[in-house]
Design a protein around this ligand. Structure first.
Ligand code: ATP
Length: 290
């Protein structure tokens, strides 16, 4: 095939705990990851001439060597001696610097896309082993769906999918650096830890109310202190009928869980009118996010 298209799904965290900071600076985490129906689109075109070219539809996101798409394509080309070239066009919809793994999921789509285009024959597990070199969240994005991510995020266990619901996702107009949040988290003396094991249990029960009640993200303690609008959006969503609301990843994106599509859309309108966030979406969990 000379041309293929892949969707790269965003994720939210239903739970995010940090256990400790390691000597090498990485943090050991326990995260519950969930793919959602908000996605970027990557179109791959094969060329006889060697070389990687990445173009994006966002001025602020260059397709140069800093782009995770480029990094993933280069890693695959070098590792598997791919002699042909590839052109990759990105249509970006996932908010950036948002805590939704937008860059990691694009890199994961490159693994799937080039595996297919160049008939590399790689299994999901083989792709994951290589992908962690691009970023700790890339292996999860390769697998997608609902998973417990441990270690630095690369040790994955499948979990039962999130019960059916509607998700209101809102990114306030601020960019949060993941590095800043982890650097300001005092991982060894945290007073609050979300109940990750409890969340794993309730996911098996398939009860939406119990899942909503168990949401928790330890990184809120840092991000909310600097950006109080994150808490404001959570409160707003709850006042607008969300069963619960949480910040995703290092933020600033907030998601609210709704049991009715109409209520989620009403809350979306109210949130936009209140001017609390510019990027606001209603979507659903995706239980096979690839
Ligand atoms: P995470 O949830 O993994 O912390 P994030 O959603 O907070 O990720 P991203 O949108 O993945 O953040 O991107 C963070 C930074 O990575 C961007 O500001 C951008 O400079 C860089 N980047 C490199 N490649 C990409 C890409 N393909 N898409 C988005 N950002 C990218």
């Amino acid at each position: 095939m000379d041309k293929i298209t892949r969707k790269a799904y965003a994720k939210i965290n239903l739970g995010l705990d940090v256990l400790r900071r390691r000597e090498d600076g990485y943090h050991e985490v326990r995260m519950i990851m969930q793919s959602v129906g908000l996605y970027d689109t990557l179109t791959f075109t094969r060329h006889e001439e060697a070389g990687i070219a990445v173009v994006t539809d966002k001025e602020e996101l260059p397709g140069d060597e800093s782009n995770l798409i480029y990094k993933a394509a280069k890693l695959l080309t070098d590792t598997y001696g791919i002699r042909q070239g590839v052109h990759i066009a990105l249509e970006k919809r996932i908010p950036m610097a948002a805590g939704m793994a937008g860059g990691s999921t694009d890199a994961a789509a490159v693994f799937h896309g080039m595996n297919e285009m160049f008939s590399l024959g790689l299994s999901i597990e083989e792709m994951c082993v290589l992908a962690v070199r691009i970023g700790a969240d890339v292996p999860y994005c390769i697998k997608g769906g609902t998973a417990l991510a441990e270690g630095i995020g690369e040790i994955l266990s499948d979990l039962p999918g999130m019960p059916d619901c509607f998700l209101l996702i809102a990114k306030p107009d601020i960019d949060v650096s993941t590095k800043f949040v982890y650097e300001n988290l005092h991982a060894d003396c945290l007073e609050y830890h979300p109940d990750i094991d409890g969340m794993i249990r309730v996911l098996s029960s398939k009860e939406l109310g119990s899942v909503a009640a168990k949401l928790g993200n330890v990184l809120e303690t840092v991000t909310v202190k600097k950006y109080p609008q994150v808490e404001e959006i959570k409160d707003f969503m709850k006042a607008q009928g969300a069963l619960n609301a949480l910040m995703s990843g290092s933020g600033p994106t907030v998601f609210g869980i709704y049991d009715s599509k109409e209520r989620a859309h009403e809350a979306q309108g109210a949130l936009e009118r209140a001017g609390l966030a510019k990027q606001v979406f209603v979507t659903v969990p995706v239980n096979t996010g690839r």
